[in-house]
Design a protein around this ligand. Structure first.
Ligand code: NAP
Ligand code: ZN
Ligand code: ZN
Length: 351
C-alpha cells in the first residue's frame, strides 16, 4: 500500500516552502516506517530549497535531522520494532558493496549515497523527500537507534550537525591534549564545541559575533577569538591541531592558516564551492599544514556518536518552531539569529 504523506516543500528556488501532499513508495521487506515527531533545520535545507549549490530537483521536501517513532516494519526487519524511537540522518541508501560502503563510510559511496531528500531511490528511481513531513521510511540499515534518556526534540540535530562535526573530530583522533578550533557558532559550530569538549580537547571558537562569547563558554569553548581582530588572531598563532570551519559562505581562510600547528589541518564542513580570495601556499609549505573537507558521517559512526551523546547527556540547544514558521526560520538562520538550531514540531503540520 502506498503511503500518503503531508509535508512542506519548495516548488522552486524562488518561492517559500508551502504544504505539499505526496505519496511514498510501498514499503519493502527491509523498510522501517516512521511517524516523524521532530525535524531539525539545517543550513543545507535552505541551500537546497534555494538551489544555492545547483542541481536541486523540485519539489524539494527538506529535512535530514529526523526523529520519530516506528509505526510498522517490513517482514525482513530484525533490528527495530513498532514503538521504537529512531532517527534518520542525511542518507537513506548507498550501493553497499563498494570499498567506502564496506568500510562503513557510505557518505563516500563510489556510486553516490542516496540523500534523504533531493536524491533518487536506487530501486524505483523515485525522488526522495525529507523529514519536513509526517511519515518517512528507509531500509533498516539506514535507521539509527535514539539512545534512552535523551530529549528527542533536542537530539534531532545530532543526526546532521552532530555527526558532521563528530566525524572529523574522530578522524583526526581528537582527545585529551588536542587543541581544536571551530569557525562559526551556528548549528554545526555549537555541536562541534560540545563534542570536542566532551572528547577532552582544549577548545577555541573563532566567531565574527562578539555577542556569542558567554554562550560559547557555556557550550564548551575555553577561548574565544573574534576573527576580525588581527591582534587576537596573532595571539593564537601556531596553536591548533585541527580547525573545523563551519561557515556556509565564501570567506577568506588565509588568516586561519598560521594559527595551525606544524602538520595542523583545517577541515571545511560548511562551504561547498570555491574559496576566495586566493589561498597562500606559504603556511602550507612552511608548516606542512593541510586544508581538507569532510562530509557528514557513516551510519556506524553516527550510531557511535549517538551512543556517546547518550552516555554524556549531550543534545543540541534548540528553538522549537511550528511548520508554518519555516520560512521565517530560514531568514533568521541567514542572519545567524538562532540559538543554535531550529527544530520543527511535526504535529504542527496541517493540510
Ligand atoms: P548556521 O547554523 O547558519 O551556522 C553558520 C555560522 O557560520 C553562523 O552562525 C556564523 O557564525 C557563521 N557565518 C555565517 N555567515 C558567515 C559569513 N558570511 N562569514 C563568516 N561567517 C559566517 O549553519 P549550519 O547549519 O551550522 O551549517 C553550516 C554549513 O555547513 C552550511 O553551509 C551547511 O550546508 C553545511 N553542512 C555541511 C555538511 C557536510 O556534510 N559537510 C553537513 C551539514 C551542513 P558566527 O556568527 O559565530 O560567525
Ligand atoms: Zn545538514
Ligand atoms: Zn557504495
Amino acid at each position: 500500500m502506498t503511503i500518503k504523506v503531508l509535508g512542506y516543500a519548495a516548488q522552486s528556488s524562488k518561492v517559500p516552502l508551502a504544504p505539499f501532499e505526496f505519496t511514498r513508495r510501498d514499503p519493502r521487506d527491509d523498510d522501517v516506517v516512521i511517524e516523524v515527531l521532530y525535524c531539525g533545520v539545517c543550513h543545507s535545507d535552505l541551500h537546497q530549497a534555494r538551489n544555492d549549490w545547483g542541481g536541486s530537483q523540485y519539489p524539494v521536501v527538506p529535512g535530514h535531522e529526523v526523529v520519530g517513532r516506528v509505526t510498522s516494519v517490513g517482514k525482513g526487519v530484525t533490528q527495530f520494532k513498532v514503538g521504537d524511537n529512531v532517527g534518520i540522518g542525511c542518507m537513506v541508501d548507498s550501493c553497499r558493496v563498494c570499498k567506502p560502503c564496506q568500510q562503513g563510510i557510505e557518505q563516500y559511496c563510489e556510486e553516490g549515497c542516496v540523500q534523504t531528500y533531493n536524491g533518487f531511490d536506487r530501486h524505483d528511481g523515485l525522488p526522495t523527500y525529507g523529514g519536513y513531513s509526517n511519515t518517512i521510511l528507509a531500509s533498516e540499515d539506514f535507521i539509527l537507534k535514539m539512545p534512552d534518556g535523551l530529549d528527542l526534540k533536542a537530539a534531532a540535530p545530532l543526526l546532521c550537525a552532530g555527526i558532521t562535526t563528530w566525524a572529523p573530530l574522530r578522524h583526526y583522533n581528537v582527545g585529551k591534549g588536542s587543541k581544536v578550533a571551530v569557525v562559526g557558532l551556528g548549528g554545526l559550530g555549537h555541536m562541534a564545541l560540545k563534542l570536542a569538549h566532551a572528547l577532552g580537547a582544549d577548545v577555541t571558537l573563532f566567531t565574527r559575533s562578539p555577542g556569542k562569547e558567554e554562550d560559547a563558554r557555556r557550550l564548551g569553548a575555553q577561548h574565544i577569538v573574534i576573527s576580525s581582530d588581527e591582534q587576537q588572531m596573532q595571539a593564537v598563532s601556531g596553536q591548533f591541531d585541527l580547525i573545523i570551519d563551519t561557515v556556509p559562505y565564501e570567506h577568506d581562510i588565509n588568516p586561519y592558516m598560521p594559527t595551525l600547528t606544524l602538520d595542523g589541518t583545517l577541515v571545511f564542513v560548511g562551504l561547498l564551492g570555491d574559496i576566495t580570495p586566493v589561498l597562500s601556499t606559504l603556511p602550507l609549505i612552511m608548516g606542512r599544514r593541510s586544508v581538507t573537507g569532510s562530509a557528514i558521517g557513516g551510519i556506524k559512526e553516527t550510531q557511535e556518536m549517538l551512543d556517546f551523546c547518550g552516555e554524556h547527556g549531550i543534545v543540541s540547544d534548540v528553538e522549537m518552531i511550528k511548520m508554518p514558521q519555516i520560512n521565517d526560520a530560514y531568514e533568521r538562520m541567514i542572519k545567524s539569529d538562532v540559538k543554535y538550531r531550529f527544530v520543527i514540531e511535526m504535529d504542527s503540520l496541517q493540510a
